[in-house]
Design a protein around this ligand. Sequence first.
Ligand SMILES: [Zn+2]
Length: 71
Amino acid sequence: MEAKKFELGDVVEMKKQHPCGTNEWKIIRMGADIRIKCEGCQHSVMIPRREFEKKLKKILIPANPVTEEQN
Ligand SMILES: [Zn+2]
């Protein structure tokens, strides 16, 4: 199984949207626990990294988009 790559500042989509109706979360802290903030209502939640990885659906906006290497 391929691990999803996420990093601080990424805006991600989770498998479940927030009760406010938004499904865009910004990663605002990384550690053993991940803190994400709802982009709709600014509510933030802390979840264990393992659980975050399970609930993560996709990265919407990478904080650092991969750029092609220049020769
Ligand atoms: Zn919300």
